[in-house]
Design a protein around this ligand. Sequence first.
Ligand code: AMP
Ligand code: MG
Length: 419
Amino acid sequence: MKPPPLKDDCFALPPGVAWTPVDDALARLRDRLHAVTAVETVPLANAAGRYLAEDVVAQRSNPPTPNSAVDGYGFAAASVGEGVQIMPLVAGRSAAGEPLPGAVPEGHAVRILTGAVLPEGVDTVVLQEDVTVEDGRIAFRGPVKPRANTRKAGEDVAAGDVVLGQGARLRPAEIAILAATGVHSVPVRAPLRVGVLSTGDEIRAVGDDALPHQIWDANRPMLLSLLASWGCRAVDLGHVSDDRAALAERLNDGAGEVDVILTSGGASAGDEDHVSGLLSETGTMELWRIAIKPGRPLALGLWKGVPVLGLPGNPVAAFVCTLVFGGPALRLLAGGGWRTPVALTVPAAFSKKKKPGRREYLRARLDNTGAAEVFGSEGSGRISGLAWADGLVELPDGAADIGPGDPVRYIPFASFGSS
Ligand code: AMP
Ligand code: MG
């Protein structure tokens, strides 16, 4: 089962807009993109990290029966008054997985263990620590709260309730609640296949020899590992030089193999910017000039129906744009719904003045007081700053004059992407 393709104009921008604010660009992606992955039913054991394709209903209540929350003694609350209570114990016990076969008569108590079904005649449990046991009787102090130390049937989830909604990501806790409510297979989206392609005459693959005018491809391994960490099926589409025919051929191959393609380099409007050139010639392409630093030109288009996100070549810009735009967009394409990354408001451990006109992302990390410090250089070629950082400080589109202690938005790297 395959969802309908994206519309040709899905990346169209309103006419006359020179620099698109980040929020407008995000709103466009949110409006225009939808899940593109197939739906399949998989056993729960293979479902980790997937997105639910439909709401899932509890097959049975959790817990299925009223049971004891502690090790102790059970009885009917109605037979307990104030002060010292003495009750004869019935023979046997109710243990987890081994219920008492009979009922407990009024005024009697039964030994009961954590997780054991409450026998007929029992609605309340007293902790074993609050009880003395002697000669087949127990003594404890009343009054007791009716239903104390017990769990009601279905108090967590009732049979027939929607336990998880469409688009939920199956993390360990989601797997647990599905298992507990008797769901053993789930309708999920196939993993999003994302191709990663580098462009540029100067780029050499990692491991190859590089002359002084050549550089090793940092973007491809960076993006492949980022995508894998998001639960995508990252597909290495290699590297092509600045050659339109070679690029077209590689995009053709990629389009047959993946659901979305990320390219890096060649996305602006220069002579050697063949990603944007080619997409506008033969595909459906929009060059998004986004008011963002680092970043700016983002070439968005469809190649044979497959969305292509043309990232800037600078590794820092490519990384930031992938986090900011790729994270939410890929989540939507993968069937997980839109998600805005969680930002923390923390004190700045730096000073910075910025002019209005574009949003800025600074490589940042928290110091041991919880304040955000930023990397010493804002140069977008400074890959070491990405490795130094744990997240980004997001500065607003407008002007800002930040001093130590001022509140800033800090977004951990882990907040971007799919979880
Ligand atoms: P471009 O967007 O193609 O003009 O590239 C901008 C800058 O990023 C140039 O300095 C490129 O050499 C560099 N660059 C492009 N692609 C990569 C890559 N895959 N790895 C490292 N640097 C790159
Ligand atoms: Mg280039």
